[in-house]
Write a protein that binds this ligand. Structure first.
Ligand SMILES: [Mg+2]
Length: 217
């Protein structure tokens, strides 16, 4: 029998991306001498990571009169913020439990290859899943359902009876539904992006609740 596929978003689903951004902002702001205003400005303009980094750093450069050019700052950010990311051990255990039960497990994330790879390596998540599908590497982004088909092909799994777990109603939930997957919405990071047409199969406060729900499906 062809194994079923469980897909997981990375940022603010498997890992606390916003917490890592805050920790990075405090460190970077101190290093650059931005003062308390710097961290506040970064948090106010980050848009949960969805604001293009070139825009973010162009803004911080202008606001605080920084000398470095924007490209250099973005490149440094891509390398320097992944070490601030951590993962709960229970999350890693949950991913392992799915594979032990015969599921194929994939991370499906929109983002750049360098920073997402560093996060997957740093947290150990990359080592316990079957495949990591990074949009920049495969040339397709969520919510395009083709990204889930790529994950199924790469893991030798079927999308039938599969799941997508994520925190974003438009990218993770609508995308998963378009690919024919059952879905779990995690947390309440994007309340304004929710619509009835993207109603998830389940909605949990934490990704930890998704593991038993999938195992029992
Ligand atoms: Mg996310």
């Amino acid at each position: 029998m062809t194994p079923r596929l469980a897909c997981f978003d990375l940022d603010n689903t498997l890992i606390d991306r916003d917490g890592a951004f805050l920790a990075w902002a405090q460190w970077w702001g101190r290093r650059e001498g931005l003062g308390a205003d710097g961290v506040e400005w970064l948090l106010a303009h980050d848009q949960g990571g969805f604001r293009p980094r070139a825009d973010l750093f162009a803004g911080v450069k202008e606001r605080f009169g920084l000398a470095a050019d924007v490209t250099t700052m973005v490149d440094a950010y891509d390398r320097e913020h992944p070490p601030f990311v951590s993962v709960a051990r229970a999350v890693v255990a949950g991913l392992v439990s799915l594979r032990t039960a015969g599921w194929r497990v994939a991370v499906v994330t929109n983002g750049g290859v360098l920073q997402q790879s560093l996060k997957l390596e740093r947290t150990g998540i990359g080592a316990v899943v079957d495949y990591c599908c990074i949009s920049e590497a495969v040339g397709v982004r969520k919510p395009d359902p083709r990204i889930f088909k790529i994950a199924a092909t790469q893991t030798g799994a079927t999308l039938i009876g599969g799941w997508m777990v994520g925190d974003h109603p438009a990218y993770d939930i609508a995308g998963g539904i378009a690919a024919g997957l059952s879905t779990v919405l995690v947390g309440n990071h994007h309340p304004t992006a929710a619509t009835p047409r993207r109603a998830p199969t389940r909605h949990f406060a934490s990704v930890l609740q998704a593991f038993p729900a999938i195992l029992n499906s």
